[in-house]
Design a binder for this molecule. Structure first.
Ligand code: AMP
Length: 215
């Protein structure tokens, strides 16, 4: 099964994709994670995209589509959750070709509908355990014991450099200008489902599950 999770930054795509990976053995393809790994490792791609990512703008279509292509021939050969990709019309068309070349197709595009004003608040307070990746929030979900991860006990946490208010606003406007307009492309295929991304995490997971289990 190949599905796209679509929605602005902070809509919960990454959280839901990680749950699907854990619970259903699906493979999460997050171009944001791949790019952050490239920046951390200092690869040529990482050096090229670092400043663009810090500004909250989109990196080139060719770079992200190449990253996706590599994974479709690797660990995601049997299906994928596209998280943060495609983000432009050109990427949607590239994905179409990448899948078609492999005799594959999209099953669902799930749009997480959210309230933008609340998103800035959600994104600017989030941080994760540096060890196990568990997500926390300054205002909504602090570790039970201050400074210690509830899950693995690590005392190291990290924040994304692009999760500040100004960059989040740029990321939102990039979403509005370039990503939301690709929805009609998928609507024409009759595969778009919309769910309320402001609902509690478990409710969102339940709705995604019922879409996937309908097949
Ligand atoms: P994300 O983790 O999905 O929020 O992505 C973080 C940043 O990585 C974005 O603000 C962009 O700079 C870059 N990025 C991630 N995915 C894409 C994509 N599909 N197209 C262009 N830029 C991307």
């Amino acid at each position: 099964m190949n599905i796209i999770l679509l929605g602005p930054p902070g809509a919960g795509k990454g959280t839901q994709a990680a749950r699907l990976e854990k619970e259903r053995g699906m493979v999460q393809l997050s171009t944001g994670d791949m790019l952050r790994a490239a920046v951390k490792a200092g690869t040529p791609v990482g050096l090229k995209v670092k400043a663009v990512m810090e500004a909250g703008e989109l990196v080139s279509d060719a770079i992200v589509s190449a990253l996706i292509g590599e994974r479709l021939d690797g660990d995601a050969a049997n299906g994928a959750i596209f998280d943060g990709y495609p983000r432009t019309q050109a990427q949607a068309e590239a994905l179409d070709v990448l899948l078609r070349e492999r005799n594959r197709s999209l099953d669902h595009v799930i749009e997480l509908e959210v309230d933008e004003a609340a998103l800035v608040d959600r994104v600017t307070g989030r941080f994760t355990c540096a060890q196990c990746g568990t997500g926390y929030h300054d205002r909504y979900k602090l570790p039970v014991v201050s400074g210690v991860c509830d899950v693995c006990g690590s005392a190291e946490f990290k924040r994304r450099p692009d999760d500040n208010a100004e960059t989040v606003r740029t990321r939102m406007s990039e979403y509005r200008a370039k990503t939301a307009p690709i929805l009609p492309f998928y609507e024409a295929l009759g595969i778009v489902q919309r769910i309320d991304g402001m609902a509690a995490m478990d409710k969102v997971s339940g709705e995604i599950a019922s879409i996937l289990d309908r097949d």
